[in-house]
Design a protein around this ligand. Structure first.
Ligand SMILES: Cc1cc2nc3c(=O)[nH]c(=O)nc-3n(C[C@H](O)[C@H](O)[C@H](O)COP(=O)(O)OP(=O)(O)OC[C@H]3O[C@@H](n4cnc5c(N)ncnc54)[C@H](O)[C@@H]3O)c2cc1C
Length: 423
């Protein structure tokens, strides 16, 4: 992603009374704020929940090392976030954990089939499930296919092989995943949020956007109004398509329709602490949960914590059980099958983070659906020179689904605003 705040931008004065409001204090909103501050442009951030960070959130009191309840891996370091990491010498460690597979009731080291079949150029616009069937992979392979799709935030029945490849063709940040010594949240807190905290107003949900005149009047959930010349909206697509944010006049019909073409499904992370480490670094392909990951791997600590990472239909099924205890028991039962009853024997405690239940996030991250066409480009387009769209789902350069992609989208919205006001 080549967007940068250029020296020409900083030198050319922007109208002194220009006022920007950013909706949402996740990675996109925070980085948009930091970029505006660098340009000397006045702004405030309205955040619906009682914390900033959005899909970045720390868990400090569960283990003798720090955990991320949301984003935890840095996906490649060739990005503006990678630049921050280099500039501040933030310690990161490549995640080279080995993959093991739960296949036909046994754990194997060898992948049950060659995953490259999903990555060829020019594949049809079919879901992962339908494409797998065409390749002769029967229901035995479903857990593994669910893992591949879940890693991309989707149910296998919803993720398009064609559009997923097409969208990720532009991925440039690198293929290696890294872990932070502390948490991803703390890195963003210290190096992005810290200097702009004064501009964040928490517990303030923006419900109504009247952009029928020269400016935008936002009404929040307490009935207060806020005036802005330009608004950067970083709400996730789940929120945008819900209709819970009212626009006057209505957003263009084409834009409203593409919000539903961007996938974003349920997401749950369950952390389980055990008295013994009986599991592998990763165990992929479970029918209840397709990805079990040793959370301590790459961290400094002694506690045995296993992450159960559930996306899409698997997350929905687990939520349908109704309460945390039943959800934990379902996970333990599957682990017992994989590891001869050791999970129940060594179980100490669980902590569940259900991102679907967050009232202003409502799921995991955006992905490529069958028939989506250029939905992401249309969704990201500004409206009337007053409303600008950012957030991970609005990254049109292949970095959607990521923290650095969210930050890039926030910067892109700022560059669009400055480009327009400077002419
Ligand atoms: C379980 C999980 C694991 C992940 N793992 C990784 C990973 O390892 N690495 C990685 O790079 N990425 C990962 N991601 C994705 C990454 O977290 C996101 O791409 C990124 O954090 C999104 O930032 P954002 O600013 O676009 O959105 P968000 O973080 O969702 O921020 C949007 C904010 O807007 C607020 N908001 C919404 N509507 C309103 C409104 N009307 N008024 C006021 N406030 C509003 C919300 O409360 C929220 O705080 C993961 C995500 C999840 C859920």
């Amino acid at each position: 992603m080549n967007i940068r705040i250029s020296s020409a931008m900083t030198e050319k004065a922007v109208r002194e009374d220009l006022n920007v409001i950013i909706i949402g204090a996740g990675a996109a909103g925070l980085y948009a704020g930091l970029s505006l501050r660098k340009l000397g442009i006045s702004f405030q951030i309205l955040e619906a929940s009682d914390v900033y960070g959005g899909r970045l959130a720390p868990l400090y009191d569960f283990a003798d090392f720090q955990i991320d309840l949301g984003a935890q891996w840095l996906h490649g370091k060739n990005s503006l976030l990678g630049d921050i990491i280099k500039q501040h010498s933030i310690p990161i460690k490549a995640d080279d954990s080995r993959e093991y597979f739960w296949f036909r009731n046994a754990i194997t080291k060898k992948p049950p089939f060659n995953f490259d079949i999903f990555e060829d150029d020019d594949l049809p616009d079919l879901s992962y499930t339908d494409f797998a069937r065409k390749q002769g992979l029967n229901a035995d392979y479903d857990g593994i296919i669910e893992y591949l799709a879940g890693d991309l935030g989707a149910s296998a029945s919803q993720l398009s092989v064609y559009h997923n490849n097409r969208e990720f063709e532009e991925w440039t940040s690198g293929e290696t995943n890294y872990k932070f010594e502390d948490t991803f949240f703390d890195v963003i807190d210290k190096h992005v949020a810290s200097t702009i905290k004064d501009a964040i107003t928490l517990n303030t949900a923006a419900l109504r956007f009247d952009y029928s005149k020269d400016d935008v009047i936002i009404t929040d959930d307490s009935g207060r109004t806020h005036r802005a010349d330009k608004v950067i909206i970083t709400s996730p697509v789940t929120v945008l398509r819900s209709g819970d944010m009212e626009f006057i006049p209505k957003l263009p019909a084409e834009k409203i329709s593409v919000f539903s073409k961007l996938g974003m499904e349920a997401a749950i992370k369950i952390y389980l602490r055990f008295s013994e480490r009986f599991y592998h670094e990763t165990t992929l392909g479970g029918k209840v949960c397709a990805a079990y990951i040793d959370e301590r791997y790459g961290k400094k600590g002694d506690d045995n914590v296993l992450l159960a990472y559930l996306m899409g239909e698997q997350a929905e099924k687990l939520m349908a059980l109704g309460n945390d205890n039943k959800m934990t028991q379902a996970i333990l039962k599957e682990l017992d099958r994989m590891y001869d009853g050791k999970a129940s024997r060594h179980f100490e405690a669980a902590r569940i983070k259900n991102w679907t239940a967050h009232p202003w996030i409502r799921g995991g991250y955006s992905y490529s659906t069958c028939g989506m066409g250029n939905a992401r480009q249309v969704a990201a387009k500004p409206v009337s020179g007053k409303l600008y769209f950012a957030g991970e789902a609005m990254n049109t350069k292949g970095h959607h689904q990521s923290v650095h992609g969210a930050m890039e989208s926030g910067l892109r919205a700022v560059v669009e605003i400055v480009g327009e006001v400077q002419g």
